[in-house]
Design a protein around this ligand. Sequence first.
Ligand code: FES
Length: 169
Amino acid sequence: MSVIFQQGEREEVRLVEEIISAYEGKPGSLIPVLHETQKVLGFLPRWAQERIAQRLNINSSEVNSVVSFYSLFSEKPKGRYCIGVCKGTACYVRGSEEIIKKLQKELGIEVGDTTEDGKYSLEVLRCLGACGLGPVVTVNEKVYTRMKPEKVGDMLQDIDDMEKRSEGS
Ligand code: FES
């Protein structure tokens, strides 16, 4: 079956091919290739995983199990604002689960999903090394410490403000 790619998709395929070529033949290249590919595409769609498997001569189910195993890899497109809630022991004990529940309710999505408008993704993170400041929540590069469910509304307002500022710039 032949696959017809649109212009943008063709560019994505070209970029992925370039990444694979840079690592082809080098031992231990799977993780860096997946990493670079995710950097360029924002996630790891099935077609890219298949292509990587084919070119690196690895079974595609093996590639997919690596992608599923490591939480830094995602098979779904992420939102413009990726909200990560730390569920390491210290943050969990201090109530990160309640924050997750509040975010799920406010955003109408489950952990691992992205809102339909592509604005938010919600994910759970492992310990970020700031346990004393927990519960810790990240929004892209920004870090919110000592979070509480009551502060979720302000954090979402912050994101709206951030988006308005970036639209205005
Ligand atoms: S457990 Fe959350 S930062 Fe360590």
